[in-house]
Design a protein around this ligand. Structure first.
Ligand code: DC
Length: 224
């Protein structure tokens, strides 16, 4: 099957909108591969923090991103054979990822790596620019949103569940700042792709959101 005919479902949205959970479940349901593109920015951020790379050194950061020794094994994420699945979820790493994601050379360095996830029988890709930049011709593009309050609540539960400490007020502030940074940057800003289906999950369970995405996919497949 030529790569260009391998189906892709893109799920973009702001931080803690639930896109990761929904994308993973949709991929599982369809037997598709899954790309968590945010993890690549987080892995670069973790590498930068650990190596003491200055967060304004675009060239050095792009070099780190272009040579990330990362492996995805099921739900496990390895960096040079170290299991960093939990470590990359820390708030400091997420905030750093959001800051360095503004750098065009770094985004370019991650471009090819993301395309390589497109493998038969299909791919579900989640992030900020999956539908706008990386897979603009995907047959189904979804933009998932939820209110800041609903997202802060979800992130709080997620962090506590993973054994991190969390403070609701700080989370609300971080989310709002990160939304603004992700949406207002000049390169690949967070916004719905052309033709994207919008899904507000504030009052939805993850199962309901998954069902909706699967229903949309079934309908676009019928039209293809
Ligand atoms: O989805 P996430 O919270 O794991 O992503 C972490 C940061 O990475 C996010 O704040 C912005 C950046 N990111 C991006 O710029 N483009 C993507 N496709 C995915 C993530």
């Amino acid at each position: 099957m030529p790569t260009s005919s391998i189906p892709v479902i893109t799920i973009d949205g702001p931080t803690a909108s639930g896109k990761g959970t929904v994308a993973q479940r949709v991929a599982q349901h369809l037997g598709f591969h899954y790309l968590d593109s945010g993890a690549l920015y987080r892995l670069t951020a973790l590498s930068a923090l650990r190596s003491g790379t200055a967060l304004n050194d675009e060239h050095a950061l792009a070099k780190l991103a272009g040579a990330l020794p990362c492996t995805f094994v099921g739900e496990k994420i390895l960096l040079a054979n170290e299991n960093v699945t939990e470590a990359i979820r820390a708030e400091e790493v997420g905030n750093t990822a959001s800051k360095i994601a503004m750098l065009p050379t770094l985004r370019q360095a991650l471009y090819g790596l993301q395309l390589r996830f497109r493998m038969a029988p299909g791919l579900v890709a989640d992030g900020r620019d999956m539908g706008t930049v990386i897979f603009p011709h995907a047959p189904l593009k979804v933009f998932l949103t939820a209110s800041v309050a609903a997202r802060a609540q979800r992130r709080y539960k997620q962090l506590i569940g993973k054994g991190f400490s969390a403070n609701m007020e700080d989370l609300l502030k971080d989310l709002t700042e990160r939304d603004a940074r992700d949406a207002n940057r000049s390169i690949a800003p967070l916004k719905p792709a052309e033709g994207a289906y919008l899904l507000d999950t504030s009052d939805m369970t993850a199962d309901q959101a998954v069902e909706q995405v699967l229903a949309w996919y079934a309908s676009v497949k019928k039209l293809a």
